[in-house]
Design a protein around this ligand. Structure first.
Ligand code: GLN
Length: 225
């Protein structure tokens, strides 16, 4: 059984549970999943294989983590080579090191990913939109679905800068009106981050991809220990 912790502070965490269960029964992953609710430091258990930091409001979540002395235990858990973490939206912000953009907003983050993320990249007022995004084949092949992935963006962040060659871009949003491509999904080794909310769609490809990552890292650590 694969143990997935979900940080249940605020935001879309229930939807992640449902999506994980659905991904499990898809046949595209061998995992059976046990969900663990993370609400305080003692919930962060070494036997957890994966962790999801959901969307919500990153300042609220980071204040909660600070107040409950969860930052260090979370960082220690995430840094373990056989653990896999996924941050969606606010979760992406919290995982980023924010080298340049610490000024913008200036909230403390867990500082894991070698990236700069803009908190409200698409603007605060244009709160939400949906758009198909260009997704890496590794993720696209995670279900029998062949249609393009539809990203749900809610006051979404975006990756402005990547400082580490280990970072793989997994998703890009093309904006014809600006003629640019915005990075909206990345992976740095055992950490995945998406600016959009796959848990708010019926599309399970990102959840399957995450569970496959968890499976791979778990298998690797079992082989070396
Ligand atoms: N932009 C939000 C923030 O700063 C994140 C929004 C989301 O998670 N849907 O926290």
């Amino acid at each position: 059984v694969t143990r997935i912790g979900i940080l249940e502070v605020q935001g879309a965490f229930l939807e992640h549970k449902v999506a994980l269960q659905k991904a499990c029964s898809s046949g595209y992953t061998k995992n059976t999943v046990e969900i663990m609710s993370i609400r305080n430091a003692s919930d962060i258990k070494p036997e957890m294989d994966g962790l999801i930091i959901p969307g919500g409001e990153s300042t609220t979540i980071s204040l909660f983590l600070r107040r409950n002395k969860m930052e260090e235990p979370l960082r220690d858990w995430i840094h373990k080579k056989h653990h896999v973490t996924w941050g969606t939206c606010a979760g992406m912000i919290l995982l980023s090191k924010q080298m340049e953009h610490q000024k913008e907003g200036g909230q403390p983050t867990l500082g894991i990913l070698d990236t700069d993320v803009s908190r409200n990249f698409f603007g605060r007022q244009v709160a939400s939109f949906e758009s198909t995004i260009e997704v890496h084949d590794d993720v696209m092949s995670c279900s029998s679905q062949k249609e393009p992935f539809n990203g749900v963006f809610i006051r979404a962040p975006a990756v402005l800068e990547v400082y580490n060659p280990e970072v793989t871009v997994l998703g890009k949003l093309h904006r014809p009106e600006k003629n640019d491509d915005v990075i909206v999904a990345i992976r740095q080794e055992n950490v995945l981050a998406t600016a959009f909310h796959p848990e708010l769609t019926a599309d399970i490809r990102w959840h399957v991809y995450f569970l496959q990552m968890v499976e791979n890292y778990k298998r690797r650590s079992n082989n070396t220990s």
